[in-house]
Design a protein around this ligand. Structure first.
Ligand code: HEM
Length: 212
């Protein structure tokens, strides 16, 4: 869980940083999106790096999900009666159902931007929007319910990250002293704020008309 989780943290940091290019305008964002595909040419084919990243993410996702369900089953076997709803029980439930929600969000997100490239904005459909990443982004988040879905997903992501990053540190043995325990807690909260907060900047900037 820890290692595959940290792979996601690395990917999310890069993805979030890349999305902030939307603030630099249509051209900067679209050049960046195209650069993701030409990166490493001619050693790699067109889109080669993207496919390497995709394979690493898919393998990590299978590993992360498998470990999660194995833990879930083990916890279920270990105890048949329910715990009183303490803080730890709440956190466990949150990690499980939050994780399931994030998986559903990922399917929605890939259908939205990668596979189908749909714009939920009836005023902005057609190839000029759908084949233009920046315009697709702007047209998508001009629709309130699409922004709401992403805001809810980023809240779920923040909660998942703040406990997940701490938990990964603990698994890797980096919480053995009081000081390192506090540091791991802080790192968990900081990663949640930076990643989920950073992701929310472009959609909110679009909603408030700062990016058009
Ligand atoms: C507000 C939040 C987010 C926004 C605005 C956003 C935006 C985008 C956009 C525009 C693309 C298409 C890039 C392209 O094809 O050039 C994309 C792809 C992708 N996003 Fe996000 N994203 C967000 C959050 C996330 C999160 C939280 C995850 C992971 C749980 C994620 C995972 C992915 C993946 C796996 C791809 C596909 C990359 C590929 O294989 O082509 N995104 N995102």
């Amino acid at each position: 869980m820890a290692v595959t989780g940290l792979v996601f943290v690395g990917y999310l940091l890069l993805h979030m940083y890349g999305n902030l290019k939307a603030l630099s305008g249509e051209q900067a964002f679209n050049v960046y999106a195209e650069h993701l595909r030409t990166f490493g040419e001619p050693i790699l084919p067109y889109g080669g790096l993207l496919w390497i990243v995709r394979v690493v993410l898919i393998v990590s996702l299978v590993g992360h999900g498998h470990a999660a369900f194995a833990l879930w089953a083990r916890a279920g076997n270990a105890r048949r009666t329910k715990y009183a709803a303490g803080k730890a029980a709440l956190r466990t439930a949150w990690m499980r159902w939050g994780g399931v929600f994030l998986l559903l969000f990922l399917v929605w997100h890939l259908l939205h931007f990668t596979v189908v490239k749909i714009s939920p904005n009836p005023d902005a459909t057609g190839p000029d929007v759908v084949n233009n990443p920046h315009r697709l982004l702007v047209a998508s988040f001009q629709v309130w319910w699409m922004t709401l879905i992403y805001v809810l997903a980023m809240i779920a992501l923040a909660l998942h990250l703040s406990h997940g990053v701490f938990s990964a540190m603990q698994t890797l043995g980096w919480t053995n002293s009081a000081a390192s325990y506090r540091r791991a807690k802080l790192l968990g909260h900081a990663s949640a704020v930076v990643i989920a907060g950073g992701f929310l900047i472009p959609p909110l900037a679009i909603v408030f008309g700062l990016i058009q």
